[in-house]
Design a binder for this molecule. Structure first.
Ligand code: ATP
Ligand code: MG
Length: 557
């Protein structure tokens, strides 16, 4: 095999393994716990596992790490499958559940006992931690540490048979109560938990600990490189210890990388679940959520997320990624491909007094100036149009180039107009703005070289499509939502303006928008139909991302 060049430290390990013959294949796995929906952090892990294996001609398994019986649900399993597939990765027939290995994992636990490397301990709660010692103090041996093998085996089987209550005893590895690494101080291997499991039902009342189940699951699946996040670094000696104690051959190797942290983004599944349960958001796929389903509903493409994961790279040091990089990735893509459209989010009516009643002109505009191949389209222009409320000011400051009482503004692709009068109600609210147009400025071209700086979008009143448009902002006002001050809780930092709904007016073709379409609303950003509201037949558009590129600007500086 021609071994490709490595492009990060994990690939360096792999290349080494292949060159020295330690391995002759690469086999990774993505091991989500089905206790929530996947988020953008998981996307980093998915891209890493699948693309690393693919680069070296290897395979990747999807393994549901369902060793915790009380929390897992089938809804999550389904959503995980959908999200991984949507991201563009295929685990083929290699879909596994850690719970499928319960019999084997149990047998391995008996083997540990038979080898004198595990015992049944009857210490309870606080006593367990007391005996464990602290970072600066060695622990002391459990009074049950030297139980004979036969007694351990008997008790373990009776645990399995359901003879004891939860917490009455547990199986623990016999390693070293003075080990500097606390994880090695006789860690738990199996505990009693009288809970039904979503797949094994009531077959088991004892369940293996993650630290035991994981290396064994990896070994059973012939995983070569078991890639996980840095918080497992201190568990690696235990991962290796179990495999060695069981005298297994061709063992997987655990390699840790830094998890993704994103500014203004909460990534813990437990907290995301709270947001869903407390109805702070509209569900796991709320477009403000950092979940893959949320990003999908927001209008992100799989390729933009993969591009983002590629750009952030893989390292061994924890860091915080600027969310603007994610915005940048989708914006770049949409700029090249999105259909341009005119939309007015906060409309005010403009009447063009010198335009004949009933006359409509066909205005030709480009579908995408970045890609002329997308052609042009015609939209009708008439006496009454909507413009953005903010595009008019009665008493504008200097350098206000949009519509104001004495100034002229260009209506995109149409004509120059000038404001002549403003009609208001008794409260002083603007009812309509009266203007005149210059017939010589057709197409928005200056007839005599006079300068008109401002160009604004418009929508013909009789042809306008009404729709709801949703604008999103960060869910959290804290740059690092994990960094909540001691006297506060994270929910103190929820952004009350994270979703703003507008009753918008759109150009006619938007009435026929489909879920696959992506639009750039002129001057407003990139939008797509909301898939959930669409199911109810409602026309609701989500802003995927704004036009403003703060990431590119920052990079330029
Ligand atoms: P959470 O802490 O949000 O509940 P988790 O780590 O418990 O997440 P798992 O379902 O166990 O979630 O994660 C599956 C895989 O995804 C693991 O290998 C985990 O290391 C990885 N992963 C989870 N969060 C991130 C992240 N922010 N960045 C990169 N990888 C992640
Ligand atoms: Mg986990």
């Amino acid at each position: 095999m021609n071994i490709p060049e490595p492009s990060n430290f994990i690939q360096e390990i792999i290349v080494d393994d292949l060159k020295t013959g330690k391995r002759n294949a690469v086999h990774t796995r993505f091991p989500p716990e089905p206790n929530g929906y996947l988020h953008i952090g998981h996307a980093k892990s998915i891209c890493l596992n699948f693309s690393t294996a693919a680069k070296f001609g290897g395979k990747t398994n999807l393994r549901f790490d369902d060793t915790n019986p009380s929390k897992e649900e089938i809804e999550y399993v389904d959503s995980i499958r959908e999200d991984v597939r949507w991201l563009g990765f295929d685990w083929e027939e290699r879909e596994y559940f850690a719970s499928d290995y319960y019999d084997q994992i149990y047998d391995f636990a008996e083997q540990l006992i038979l080898k004198g490397k595990a015992y049944i301990c009857e210490l309870k709660g606080d006593a367990v931690s007391e005996y464990r010692g602290t970072l600066t103090e060695a622990g002391k041996p459990s009074p049950w540490r030297d139980r004979p093998v036969s007694e351990n085996l008997d008790l373990f089987r009776r645990m399995k048979a359901g003879e004891f209550e939860e917490g009455a005893c547990f199986l623990r590895a016999k390693i070293d109560m003075a080990h500097p690494n606390m994880n090695m101080r006789d860690p738990a291997v199996y505990r009693i938990k009288k809970a039904s499991h979503h797949r094994t039902g009531d077959k088991w009342c004892i369940y293996p600990m993650y630290d035991f189940a994981h290396p064994i699951s990896d070994w059973i699946e012939n995983i070569t490189h078991s890639i996980c996040t840095l918080e497992f670094e201190a568990h690696r000696p235990l991962y290796d210890w179990f495999l060695q104690a069981l005298e297994l051959k061709n063992c997987p190797q655990q390699i840790e990388f830094a998890r993704l942290n994103l500014t203004y983004t909460m990534m813990s599944k437990r907290r995301l679940l709270e947001l869903v349960q407390n109805k702070v958001v509209m569900g796991w796929s709320d477009p403000r959520m950092p979940t893959i389903s949320g990003l999908r509903r927001r209008g992100y493409s799989p390729s933009s997320i993969r591009e983002f994961c590629d750009r952030i790279g893989i390292s061994k040091a924890d860091s915080m990624v600027d969310i603007n990089l994610l915005y940048f990735c989708i914006r770049e893509e949409l700029n090249a491909s999105a259909q341009r459209a005119m939309a007015v989010l906060n409309p005010v009516k403009v009447v063009i007094d010198n335009w004949e009643e009933g006359r409509f002109d066909e205005i030709e505009v480009e579908n995408n100036p970045e890609n002329p191949a997308q052609g042009n389209r015609k939209i009708l222009f008439g006496r009454e149009i909507y413009i953005e409320r903010d595009d008019f000011m009665e008493n504008p400051p200097k350098k206000y180039f949009r519509l104001h009482p004495d100034g002229e503004v260009r209506l995109k692709g149409a004509y120059f107009i000038k404001c002549v009068r403003v009609d208001k109600d008794d409260q002083g609210n603007i009812l309509e703005i009266h203007c005149t147009y210059d017939p010589a400025s057709r197409g928005g071209e200056s007839p005599d070289g006079r300068k008109v700086k401002g160009t604004i979008q418009w929508v013909s009143v009789p042809h306008a499509v009404s729709a709801e448009v949703r604008l999103f902002d960060h869910l959290f006002t804290l740059e690092n939502p994990a960094d909540v001050p001691e006297d506060k809780v994270w929910s103190d930092y929820l952004n009350p303006n994270s979703m703003i709904k507008c009753e918008a007016k759109l150009e006619p073709m938007m009435g026929k928008a489909t879920l696959a379409d992506r639009y750039q609303f002129m001057r407003l950003g990139y939008f797509c139909l909301d898939s959930e509201e669409n199911k109810q037949g409602k026309l609701v558009f989500n802003r995927t991302v704004e036009l403003k590129d703060s990431w590119g600007k920052m990079q330029a500086k």
